[in-house]
Design a protein around this ligand. Sequence first.
Ligand code: GRF
Length: 194
Amino acid sequence: MLSVVVLISGTGSNLLALLKATESPLVPVRILAVGSDGPALGLAHADLYGVPTFVVERSRFPDRESWAKKLQETVEHFNPDLVALAGFMKILPPAFVNRFSPNLINIHASLLPLFPGANAVRDTLAAGVSETGATIHVVDAGVDTGPIILQRKVQVMPGDDVPTLHERIKVHERELLIDTIIGVAEKRIDLAKI
Ligand code: GRF
């Protein structure tokens, strides 16, 4: 059984898909806890599934390092095999990344290495490209630069805006996140060798 702590910042649709997937007794994954960096709507999904939640608010700490140390200690308390960033919108400092990577993964709404950063879908549309995608990668010290685990292409349609394109990408993000975590649990994916 692979134990996972999920970190979110927003609506948590990826988290919800993962919680649904792990309901099956055939899926050897257990979500131990869900954390966020503020009052995220998605925490309600964890509540619904009876999964413990925690919030470590950035604004309550004088700097990023002390905030991340508290976040690290809180995650460590659950002793997970894997930490999944599922729409977690804060950059984690090297101490946190070094503690958990390569067992620290992130989803991203572009075909990395194209369009890293917090505004991937907006940047994709601004660039006028006809194809984008979804990526899941191991987190390293950079921003969206870590080794790519799985990727899927998504077409940009005429008339797409940020919400329509993002929602189409997220359908694939959810599948990639679930496939990756189950792959790690079933030892088909070795994060140390990506
Ligand atoms: C995802 O598109 C993720 O790639 C991005 O934030 C979004 C989170 O969506 N970083 P949700 O909160 O899981 O609905």
